[in-house]
Design a protein around this ligand. Structure first.
Ligand SMILES: *Cc1c(COP(=O)(O)O)cnc(C)c1O
Length: 412
């Protein structure tokens, strides 16, 4: 009989979002009237239409496909030159950061990239993640066989979990232990925390000292409002020798349904072979991309490119201002409700502490039943998420205002 990948069987059965869906569906069946006033602040998906610059680029690219002279078939697997250049120039070189066009690899999503990167890394690495954590980092390592089994709280043996708590402002410091791979996500999903230049410098120095690699997820960098907070790990001296950065147009341009992201792999980044020779990773990622991927569609890459035109940039700014306006409204509402609240200033997520005695799921059920609002239970992101919940600012302004009115009316 054919064998399956046993590691998949270690994954916890009840994944967070299906369980939220189940409870919400049940509520809607049992309370059809209340269901009509349901507001969803749960899953981190954008709600507003695409920037007009992206729409017109899409239309134009479709028209190009209708004529033999301008038709395009397969493109370069790692992305069209026009988009890699626009990204490297606008997102990095214009900010004084040394990133070459061919260090940018265009893909159909950061979620995929975060998982796929494991293809070019060894199986014996010691892996560190923050807790709470974006589940993709953990689950892809479980699937690859890099962990043991999960415990009651869902923590996998073999991983280093770095607690993110009120005490450390939800930004874990470097551990005493040596790790080979460290997943960092700032601005953070789910806590909305950002890392300062000093904190990121400590991480880069840690990585250089241990010859570790930082896997830096900057999916929310466009939401940073504080000018002192770094947008890229490459703002930290030495990061080109120890970091890979993941970025996405999903939250920046509202592209969650369009699908376009990119990964920056510096040519100076190296890792050890089995026999201990320092070897560059860039050719491996190029090889992986060209072998296992056939590129993002031409239309989508033109749409992403259009976000870097002057109109596109202004529209992206407006889109982010809309969501961050929601975040301010929701933050004030959650404060008025008496919750201890974090995040929501440089990120579209508010991390709220449930009143004493309430678990994350108990708070979820109460907010669903009594306020008819869907939030995300913090315990779904890890042991240290227990007792917290995440409120997403991806919504209409009217919905954000409605939620901000309803939360303070709850009696706990
Ligand atoms: C939304 C999100 C992404 C983006 O994923 P895509 O696959 O590009 O849509 C990446 N990382 C985190 C933490 C996210 O929340």
């Amino acid at each position: 009989m054919a064998l399956l990948n046993d590691h998949y069987l270690k994954l916890k059965a009840g994944y967070l979002f299906p369980e939220i869906g189940r409870r919400v569906n049940l509520f809607c069946q049992n309370h059809p009237e209340a269901a009509k006033r349901l507001v969803r602040c749960g899953i981190g998906d954008v709600t507003e239409p695409l920037p007009p610059a992206a729409i017109s680029a899409l239309h134009q690219a479709v028209d190009e496909m209708s004529r033999r002279e301008t038709f395009r078939g397969y493109g370069p697997e790692q992305g069209y030159e026009f988009l890699r250049h626009a990204i490297a120039q606008n997102e990095f070189r214009d900010h004084g950061l040394d990133v070459a066009d061919d260090e940018v690899f265009v893909s159909d999503g950061s979620k995929c990239d975060c998982g796929n990167i494991l293809d070019i890394l060894g199986d014996k690495n010691k892996i560190a993640v923050m807790d709470p954590v974006y589940p993709v980092y953990v689950d892809t390592n479980v699937m690859a066989g890099h962990t043991g089994a999960a415990d009651e709280a869902g923590a996998f043996s073999g991983l280093i979990y770095l607690p993110c708590t009120v005490a450390n402002g939800f930004v874990a410091d470097v551990p005493r232990q040596k790790a080979d791979l460290v997943y960092l996500c700032f601005p953070n999903n789910p806590t909305g925390a950002v890392a300062s230049r000093e904190q990121l410098t400590r991480w880069v120095n840690y990585a250089l000292k241990h010859q570790a690699i930082l896997l830096y997820d900057a999916a929310y960098e466009a939401y940073i409002a504080d000018p002192a907070i770094p947008h890229s790990i490459f703002e930290i001296p030495g990061a080109r020798d120890c970091a890979i950065e993941f970025r996405s147009f999903s939250k920046q341009g509202g592209f969650t349904g369009v699908r376009c992201a990119y990964t920056v792999v510096p040519k100076s980044l190296a890792a050890a072979t089995r026999t201990g020779e320092r070897t560059s990773l860039h050719p491996l990622w190029l090889r992986r991309s060209t072998t296992k991927f056939n590129g993002v569609s031409y239309f989508v890459q033109r749409a992403a490119e259009a976000l870097f035109t002057p109109e596109g940039k202004a529209q992206v700014k407006e889109l982010i201002a809309h969501y961050m306006g929601n975040a301010r409204v929701l933050l004030a509402g959650a404060q008025a409700a008496g919750f201890a609240v974090y995040g929501g200033v440089n990120a579209p997520y508010i991390w709220a502490q449930a009143p004493a005695g309430f678990t994350s799921w108990q708070a979820f059920d109460k907010i669903l039943n009594e306020a008819n609002v869907v939030i995300t239970p913090g315990s779904g992101f890890g042991k240290n998420g227990e007792g917290y919940f995440r409120i997403s600012a991806f919504n209409s302004r009217a919905n954000a205002e409605e939620v901000a009115r309803r939360l303070p009316a709850l009696k706990w």
